[in-house]
Design a protein around this ligand. Structure first.
Ligand SMILES: Cc1ncc(COP(=O)(O)O)c(C=O)c1O
Ligand SMILES: N[C@@H](CCCC[NH3+])C(=O)O
Length: 420
């Protein structure tokens, strides 16, 4: 069930009219549905329930949407957190997510970040190089603690997604080449303060086929067997995130979480490890829209330019990855038109789409970009001295402003002239 739906011929989020939100909160504003987030969290947890040995952990990838209220909601829905910076770690903890439900990923963790997370507690660091393992060892030795550790392998599998969100090929910066894993664990085992008990793999984002995932997981399975034979006690396999979400008619249809769960069960049946998952987009992508108002319609050669008050600074995905977002009128006219939808930013890349057929709208009308709950607000910037968009969370027939619009004047407080 879609919680963004028409009521009295106008788009609502759950029981709240998007027109009412725009009138009160202004535009552009991100609007999230709590019910959709809860449902996605439940669907993912059910899809992997009973897989592996011990309780599977669905650790939400905080980077997808780190708003404190979104995190608190997902924590209550039973999710842990996959964090990639100490900022995300702090946010996850502040949202009430327990340390033993947090994994720390990323190629560039600093010694300071490691020290704070180790002292605060976590399930494991997912380490991506021998150099990083040495730093973690030094941090652990200094605290007199053992650092719980997994390590990420690079399986050299192409995920079949956009090059800029592919992470598991030999050309990518991520992970340790699968062929180097034995040498890596032997060396890591010889360092003080490291408790190596996990392996992880994550090959990319918005995957629309299970095949590359299955290939990567099979490599991981072979590796777990080889590591055990070598005396390394692997107890956790973290299968990363990456499952794509539907973007609407005419767009590639990703496999369902249930199909993903079946594949995981089949491939991991004899692994005898606890399983971790790190979905981001799957949980929040379709739980959010970016609500924006048409500033004006300018005649164009190919098609009219629909100039909206959201720009590439608010929703970067089309400019960064040529990403598709379904666009809908908040009050559909029933008459269709072909338009180019662009923002006000002084860049040609500030183009959301060209030659898109959609409902006819005029200056002053509201439209939404769908599937904007993941990698939307969090990737935004204040480019062109534009404010950061507001964020709203809907719950039934109530809504709350969960991030105020951040005015560029806020910079006045941090811009200084401290010449040295
Ligand atoms: C290590 C890691 N885990 C999880 C994710 C979440 O990916 P997605 O939002 O596609 O599920 C990412 C982002 O690609 C990632 O880099
Ligand atoms: N930011 C990307 C996803 C990258 C996920 C992080 N590894 C997107 O918007 O699609």
């Amino acid at each position: 069930m879609d919680h963004f739906h028409l009521v009295d011929r106008a788009l609502h989020c759950e029981g709240v009219s998007l027109e009412a939100i725009a009138a009160a909160a202004g535009t552009p504003t991100y609007v999230y549905s709590s019910a959709t987030m809860d449902r996605h969290a439940a669907v993912m947890q059910q899809a992997v329930a009973g897989a592996g040995s011990g309780e599977p952990l669905v650790a939400y990838a905080v980077k997808a949407n780190p708003n404190a209220h979104v995190l608190a909601r997902l924590g209550k829905a039973g999710l842990g957190a996959d964090v990639v910076s100490i900022g995300e770690y702090r946010r996850a903890r502040a949202a009430g997510i327990a340390p033993e439900r947090i994994v720390f990923s990323g190629v560039g963790k600093t010694a300071e970040e490691m020290a704070e997370a180790l002292a605060g507690g976590l399930l494991q660091f997912n380490v991506e190089s021998m150099e990083e393992a040495r730093t973690l060892s030094a941090v652990a030795a200094e605290q007199g603690r053992a650092a719980p550790m997994g390590f990420r392998i690079n399986p050299d599998v192409s995920a079949g997604t956009h090059a800029k969100i592919t992470t598991g090929t030999a050309d990518n910066k991520f992970g340790i080449a699968a062929g180097d894993a034995l040498t890596f664990t032997r060396e890591a085992a010889s360092l003080p303060g490291l408790a190596v008990h996990g392996v992880t793999v994550h090959i990319g984002s918005q995957l629309v086929s299970l095949e590359p995932l299955e290939q990567a997981f099979r490599r991981l399975g072979e590796l777990i067997a080889a590591l055990r034979e070598d005396g390394c006690d692997i107890r956790i396999a973290d299968l990363g995130g990456g499952l794509g979400v539907p973007h609407g008619p005419g767009q590639p249809e990703p496999p369902s979480p249930e199909a993903y769960g079946h594949m995981v069960r089949r491939v991991t049946a004899d692994w005898n490890t606890r399983l971790l998952f790190e979905p981001g987009r799957l949980i929040v992508g379709n739980a959010g829209v970016l609500l924006t108002r048409v500033v004006r319609v300018k005649p164009g050669v190919r098609a009219p330019w629909l100039i909206v008050d959201a720009g590439m600074n608010d929703l970067m995905r089309p400019a960064l990855y040529d990403a598709y977002h379904r666009i809908e009128a908040v009050r559909p006219s029933g008459v269709s038109q072909v338009v180019n939808v662009v923002g006000p930013v002084c860049e040609t890349g500030d183009t959301f789409t060209m030659d898109r057929e959609m409902d006819r709208v005029e200056a002053g009308d509201l439209i939404v970009f769908r599937t904007a709950g993941a990698y939307g607000a969090t990737l935004s910037s204040g480019y062109n001295s534009r404010p950061l968009a507001a964020e709203v969370l809907v719950d039934g027939d109530r809504w709350a402003l969960i991030r105020r619009r951040v005015d560029p004047d806020a910079l006045a407080g941090v811009e200084t002239a401290e010449w040295q």
